[in-house]
Write a protein that binds this ligand. Structure first.
Ligand code: TLP
Length: 340
């Protein structure tokens, strides 16, 4: 039976161009700073993000957590959106690894962003922890792949700088945000001190993410990466695929068009509700409460028809378009959902 895997853009497999580049890659021991391909990748990523330096890390989660470690001290408080990946999906890592307290704020990326952020920053009081970091997420996964514009990013960064709070951007899908806005990645990342972005999502690389920031920040982050066991040896094999991923950002427009197509088709299926305003990039979140099924049951019904999606909430299901899903696959998936 035909299967269309819409669980995540993490399921993409490396292209044949990537596999060939991986086979040919020049490598060395990167912990000794001797892998030329990793160095090229780190330089290219820094340039793309408009930062002085970048670090190749095994995963987005490690990139975010290395950033939290580097920006904070034990006992600090960090401000995040209440649906942020760093808070929701990283196994409580800020508490364990950085020993910081997370202050989740509802609607941090919305129209009240700056006021919400300012009121969450702690003042001077002997009882309070020190707020040292604001974490943003663009695109925002759990909001449905929504894009935060440059104006909001700029406003938040300005407010954070005034209050002495550093800004880290979880830009796992920053390429999607830039493509949706029709701007360069650096037009967004200029409004943060550090940014993590993934090579292994819609860009198709098998493994790896980048953390970018000032040279001093990346030098300190490199030690934390080592501490967490993320010092890799002949990782040029992976970096070779990453270099191709970095050149492929414009292809994400295809995923956005496919997500829009899927969303429009699913929005008219009885029992399914979709907020089309939130379908801005490659993620489609469907509310299936009116089917009378739980999200878990619904995902199983879809699986039996060859459509893979993930449970996103008690009655919400997420579909993600990516490199390995064509327009025709999306049309087929929509038909299978309609028949469910
Ligand atoms: N997201 C994955 C799952 O972890 C939920 C997915 O399928 O969407 N930041 C954001 C915004 C992410 O969406 C993800 C991955 C990460 C960080 C972590 O990246 P990895 O999986 O490389 O650790």
């Amino acid at each position: 039976m035909r299967t269309v895997d819409l669980r995540s853009d993490t399921v993409t497999r490396p292209t044949s161009e990537m596999r060939e580049a991986m086979a040919r890659a020049q490598v060395g021991d990167d912990v000794y700073g001797e892998d030329p391909t990793v160095k090229r990748l780190e330089e290219a990523a820094a340039e793309l993000a408009g930062k002085e330096a970048a670090l190749f890390v095994p995963s987005g989660t490690m990139g975010n957590q290395v950033a939290v470690l580097t920006h904070t001290s034990r006992g600090n408080e960090i401000i995040v959106d209440s649906e942020a990946h760093i808070y929701y999906y990283e196994v409580g890592a800020p508490a364990v690894l950085s020993a910081v307290q997370v202050r989740p704020v509802v609607g941090l990326h919305g129209s009240e962003a700056i006021a919400l952020f300012k009121s969450a920053v702690r003042g001077q009081d002997i009882h309070f922890p020190q707020t040292s970091l604001l974490c943003l997420e663009n695109t925002h996964n759990r909001m449905g792949g929504t894009v935060t514009g440059t104006d909001v990013m700029q406003g938040l960064y300005g407010a954070a700088q005034e209050l002495g709070v550093a800004v880290h951007l979880d830009g796992a899908r920053i390429g999607n945000a830039a493509v949706a806005l029709g701007c360069r990645i650096s037009a967004l990342t200029q409004w943060c001190d550090s940014v993590m972005f993934c090579l292994s999502k819609g860009l198709g690389a098998p493994v790896g993410s980048m953390l970018a920031g000032s040279s001093d920040f990346i030098a300190r982050a490199r030690k934390y990466r080592k501490m967490l066991g993320g010092g890799m040896r002949q990782s040029g094999i992976l970096a070779a695929a990453g270099l191709i991923a970095l050149r492929s950002v414009n292809r994400l427009a295809e995923d956005h068009a496919n997500a829009r197509l899927l969303a429009e088709k699913l929005a008219v299926v009885p029992g399914i509700k979709i907020d089309l305003d939130r379908v801005q990039t490659n993620i489609v979140v469907a509310d299936i409460a009116d089917t009378g099924m739980t999200a878990g049951e619904y995902v199983e019904v879809l699986r039996a028809r060859g459509v893979l999606a993930v449970v996103f909430g008690p009655t919400t299901v997420r579909f993600v378009t990516h490199l390995d899903v064509s327009r025709e696959d999306v049309e087929y998936a929509a038909e299978m959902v309609m028949a469910s």
